[in-house]
Design a protein around this ligand. Structure first.
Ligand code: BV8
Length: 258
């Protein structure tokens, strides 16, 4: 399904002359990079697990190797994936709008890899490990070279400082978001003239509240999603299509107005 050009042009009209744009992204923007979203049925071995049950400190305490291996599987997916035209279109917006801030729920690092210059990672980054006990402060990052290899294959690597297990430096369900990222994400949402929401079901809190804060502060809202989500109903323009196709068209339409 291709989004009608009049809607693309209407969204570009909202962006014309804007100084401050906030972009909230979710797993959907990486779908066309070949990375499954959270609500996709995870293929193969992981189809029988609910990500919201695995991405928790309780799951890690219960079965550290299962959770570690799930992230190792996801890291493998990312190693064979790359940013897609949707990520690159957001980079191109930086040449058309003075201040573009990406607020992402994703942990794949693709926005920075594509060249976005101002990215707030609300949920951490899968490329980093940290000590499960944060023994030297939150977070206690540990590089693969520093890690103590597992004594047997039944355990993740360990922290070189305190022997606790290592874990991915991502925010699990039930955990607080990094305070600085959350605070700046809310500040950017409240000061944006337009918020562009891309590829999120709009369910996970507190990220899902950011479009609400943006609209409350007077921002216009554009939502990009091929499916229904919790945001589309509040959007000034709902562009119902895949971001890898819609975002480059939006950039072209804005460029034609500039
Ligand atoms: C916290 C890292 C304090 C780990 C992730 C208030 C009310 C209710 C519940 C809560 C609340 N406050 C807190 C909670 C609890 C919880 C929560 O939100 N629960 C949900 C189930 C309601 N939140 C938390 O625990 C947060 N911590 O608030 O601490 C606290 C704690 C407890 C109680 C109160 C307060 C921490 C949340 C962070 C969890 N970590 N990621 C990891 O990756 O393993 S979240 C994880 O889910 C990913 O980051 C991912 O981004 C996200 C899933 O959401 P989406 O990104 O939207 O992805 P999803 O698959 O859902 O949707 C994809 C969309 O893409 C779809 O709409 C689809 O249509 C679309 N799409 C598909 N193809 C395309 C596309 N779009 C564009 N183009 C395409 N081609």
């Amino acid at each position: 399904m291709t989004v009608d050009q009049t809607l693309i042009d209407k969204a570009a009209g909202l962006l014309r002359g804007v100084e401050r744009l906030a972009v909230l992204t979710g797993a959907g923007i990486s779908k066309e990079s070949g990375v499954p979203t959270f609500r996709d049925a995870m293929d193969g071995l992981w189809a029988r697990y609910d990500p919201q049950q695995l991405a928790t400190p309780q799951a890690f305490r219960r079965n550290p190797k299962l959770v570690w291996d799930w992230y190792a599987y996801r890291r493998e997916l990312l190693a064979n994936a790359a940013p897609n035209p949707g990520h690159y279109a957001l980079v191109e917006l930086e040449a058309l709008i003075p201040k573009v801030v990406i607020i992402t729920q994703n942990v794949d690092g693709f926005h920075r890899a594509a060249g976005s210059s101002d990215v707030i990672e609300l949920h951490g980054n899968l490329s980093r490990d940290k000590c499960f006990a944060d023994c030297r402060g939150n977070p206690t990052h540990v590089t693969p070279e520093e890690a103590v290899p597992p004594r047997n294959d039944e355990a993740p690597p360990r922290c070189p400082h305190c022997e606790s297990y290592l874990r991915p430096d991502v925010v699990w369900f039930g955990e607080m978001l990094p305070p600085a990222a959350l605070e700046r994400g809310l500040q950017v949402s409240r000061s944006a003239q337009v918020m562009l929401v891309v590829g999120t079901s709009g369910v996970i809190q507190p990220a899902a509240s950011m479009p609400y804060w943006a609209v409350k502060a007077g921002a216009k809202l554009i939502d990009v999603n091929p499916g229904e989500d919790e945001i589309g109903g509040a959007a000034d323009v709902f562009l119902q299509g895949p971001s890898g196709e819609v975002l480059p068209r939006l950039v072209e339409a804005l460029r034609a107005l500039s």
